[in-house]
Design a protein around this ligand. Structure first.
Ligand code: PLP
Length: 404
């Protein structure tokens, strides 16, 4: 394979907000990826929990091609059939009664936070505008979402940030109880903190948050951008706990690689986004909605969701077994195919080295912060690729142990 661009080109012409790996992938099929030089990789990264059906799934490709021959774009001056069908499917499968489409996770959250404020403004008072979020949470990179996010490094240098936002320790019921007041308009929680290190919320915490929100007329928002669309073995992670939010945001895997996001809400809350109050040119465009509808139909089946559960056990048990010899990891955690392996004390801060060494063995993995190796493979990754990928993971562990 030849090309007139390479990794050097990135440094020459791209804004330096990313530091991508040296190899440039050019082709993907299922859970295999090939780079410019024809090197083959097994993909345990899944585009950061996006490629739920791997690369170039034939039914998704067909849905995209079909829609591409029908209608690409209209704007929201007109609605379109794929958007209505997708919204219908999302309502049928969740608590939601209303759907708003966006193009990225941050945009869906931006909509959710704005809606929470508008709902409180419409129904209570302008003072009820405070948003409570958790330390270490991640909700996106717009100014509002970095402000609500619980990682100060993402808002440093971008101040002043919007007012009325506070952060409490994750999974700490007492702290939430102390912070919430009648001026709180929303509490925002990731059912599993993804970027923050693959840390699950306890069911007790989610339940307490639900109760406290109801007591104080605040909305409970679940950010399921990373946990949604089958990633944890249920279509949405909240369905494990039976704690129902008022608003849920979903993106990443929803389009399987085609950019689309959605904010789901109850009818009562949605009413506050009246005509003209919020919008997006591309939100709900027919191409993204056609792909997402097909993806939902495939993912929301017992075969795929039970497969996620089994694959979780296969992968975590095998890594735990490898780990017995090297003790590289002090914790292997997560749910479904959102798996985090936290490095032991002596290897703190070296997750990025693991990612680079994995690539040398022909394996793509991710990190979540400085200390956690994150695995978010395709929900339908074939058995052979799991086995081969785990063998490469084991090889990486040996290399890491020698070099870290
Ligand atoms: N919320 C969560 C929980 C995420 O994991 C992410 C992305 O990693 C976002 C929001 C932001 O999504 P996007 O990058 O599509 O804007």
């Amino acid at each position: 394979m030849s090309s007139n661009v390479d990794r050097e080109t990135f440094d020459q012409i791209m804004v330096p907000n990313y530091a991508p790996q040296k190899m440039i992938p050019v082709k993907g099929l299922g859970s295999r990826v090939w780079d410019q030089k024809g090197n083959e990789f097994i993909d345990f990264a899944g585009g950061i929990a996006v490629n739920a059906l791997g690369h170039c799934h034939p039914e998704l490709t067909a849905a995209l091609h079909h829609q591409a021959d029908q209608l690409w774009h209209l704007s929201n001056v007109w609605t379109n059939e794929p958007a209505l069908q997708l919204a219908q499917a999302l309502c049928d499968k969740t608590f939601a009664e209303k759907v708003y489409f966006a193009n990225s996770g941050a945009e869906a959250n931006e909509a959710a936070f704005k809606l929470a404020r508008k709902y409180a403004y419409d129904n209570f008072s302008a003072d009820k505008h405070e948003i409570i979020s958790c330390n270490n949470s991640f909700h996106g990179r717009t100014l509002f979402t970095v402000s609500v996010g619980g990682q100060p490094k993402y808002r440093e240098g971008f101040e002043p940030v919007p007012a009325g936002i506070s952060h409490v320790p994750f999974n700490d019921i007492d702290a939430l109880e102390q912070q919430i007041t009648d001026n709180t308009c929303a509490v925002v929680i990731e059912p599993i903190q993804g970027e923050g290190g693959i840390t699950p919320a306890t069911t007790k915490y989610l339940q307490a948050a639900r109760n406290l929100c109801s007591e104080h007329n605040a909305l409970l928002i679940f950010d399921e951008i990373q946990t949604g669309v089958g990633r944890t073995g249920k279509l949405y992670a909240y369905q494990h706990s039976q704690v129902t939010p008022d608003i849920l945001t979903t993106a990443k895997a929803l389009g399987g690689g085609f950019p689309i996001a959605a904010m789901l809400s109850t009818e009562k809350v949605a009413t506050s986004f009246n005509v003209g109050s919020h919008g997006s040119t591309y939100g709900g465009n027919p191409l993204g909605c056609a792909v997402a509808l097909k993806l939902l139909q495939i993912v929301d089946t017992p075969e795929v969701l039970e497969g996620v559960f089994h694959k979780h056990h296969q992968i975590t048990q095998q890594i735990a077994q490898f780990n017995q010899k090297t003790e590289l990891f002090k914790d292997i955690r997560g749910q479904g195919l959102l798996i985090g392996c936290e490095l032991s004390e002596q290897f703190q801060g070296k997750a990025r080295l693991f990612l680079e060494l994995a690539q040398q063995t022909g394996l793509m993995v991710l990190v979540a912060g400085l200390n956690v190796i994150r695995l978010t493979p395709s929900l339908i990754i074939p058995e052979n690729d799991i086995k081969e990928g785990l063998a490469r993971f084991n090889h990486t562990m040996h290399l890491f142990n020698q070099q870290a």
